[in-house]
Design a protein around this ligand. Structure first.
Ligand code: BMA
Length: 339
């Protein structure tokens, strides 16, 4: 035990299973995976790549729901235990700040963060090409759509859970209009969640580990720890049979998060189980959220599996941080714009 701490609130009722005997590595799967399967609501074929948070004594989530007509939308879900989810059949309906309906044509891969007394959702939306949509709610009944965070093409928008140096921070992954065959993780700052600048490239692809050789993207909202920001991110390998999505983790400097201190050379989790290797899009493990308990250092990672299921994995913060440090290889270009 290294004494590494999560800086945040306790969450004694989060899901947890101890590491199975004989398991190798710092991340292990939930034994009841997948926790959400095919056809979870009347009009939804698949729910995956989704984001959850504690909410009062229970849990709430914003779920990517691919409707049976094929297009993805965002739906609210509620759960007493963060394992069994009751997902609304109706998608979220957005109004702009003047109360005028402002519905996305499609919406996918949400990330959810609590910032200053409100909940903010970042997702990938149509804006003459995929860009980062943005909205706010305080009660998960009324949803206000704000100005899009970026112009096209951009995906994998992840907000930090607090201001750093009095600025809001956003990770993003500039891309192209299709199934992008490239992409690094960038960070931008804002005084007001509206004007964004001071863009820096945080992490690049390539380097020696091929699982993250083609593109990478921010995954879950960073977890604040005594060693820095813990970022779970996905990495993609291009094979002759298509893309393979795995995930790893990085530690970013606590005061200058544009500076990556460590990142995993080996993946933490790669598609192995049938629900990860078989589905609408095979071989995808795509993290979008965590739940964590500052008292015990427990972390539950929510990830989409095979663009079909919601699955979970667990880790313990001290073991994971030690593992990341011991197995870190920084890539030429990482934090190259840091200053
Ligand atoms: C990406 C996104 C993700 C998806 C992944 C694998 O481009 O569309 O939502 O999980 O591809 O299909």
């Amino acid at each position: 035990m290294t004494g590494v701490k999560i800086i945040g609130a306790p969450l004694a009722n989060m899901p947890w299973q101890p590491k199975p005997q004989g398991h190798i590595g710092p991340v292990w799967r939930h034994a009841g995976n997948p926790i959400i399967g095919w056809n979870p609501t009347k009009k939804t074929a698949r729910v995956f790549n989704s984001a959850v948070l504690p909410y009062g004594d229970s849990f709430i989530g914003v779920f990517r729901a691919d409707h049976k007509h094929g297009r993805p939308m965002l739906h609210v879900g509620r759960s007493p235990d963060a394992l069994s989810w009751d997902i609304d059949d109706e998608e979220i309906h957005w109004n702009d700040e003047n109360g005028v309906p402002y519905q996305p044509n499609y919406a996918y891969d949400p990330r959810l963060v609590k910032l200053d007394d409100a909940y903010y959702i970042v997702w990938c939306t149509e804006f003459g090409g995929p860009a980062l949509g943005f909205g706010r709610t305080t009660d998960f009944q009324e949803f206000t759509r704000l100005e899009n965070l970026t112009i096209p093409f951009n995906r994998n928008g992840v907000l930090f859970p607090r201001k750093v140096n009095n600025k809001y921070l956003l990770l993003s992954r500039p891309s192209d209009s299709g199934h992008t065959p490239f992409g690094d993780i960038f960070i931008s700052e804002s005084p007001d969640l509206l004007h964004w600048g001071y863009h820096r490239r945080v992490m690049t692809t390539s380097g020696p580990s091929w699982w993250q050789g083609l593109k990478i993207g921010g995954g879950a909202v960073p977890v604040e720890t005594s060693e820095g920001w813990l970022l779970f991110y996905h990495g993609v390998s291009g094979t002759c049979n298509g893309f393979v999505y795995s995930f790893g983790a990085a530690i970013l400097d606590i005061d200058q998060p544009a500076k990556v201190l460590y990142r995993t050379d080996d993946y933490l989790l790669t598609p192995e189980e049938p629900y990860e290797t078989t589905g609408f899009v095979p071989n995808v493990a795509f993290p979008c959220a965590t739940l964590h308990d500052a008292d015990t250092g427990r972390i539950a990672i929510y990830y989409g599996a095979a663009d079909t299921y919601v699955a979970m994995a667990y880790t313990q913060v001290d073991e994971l941080i030690e593992h990341i440090k011991e197995n870190s290889v920084l890539v030429a270009g990482d934090a190259e714009n840091y200053r």
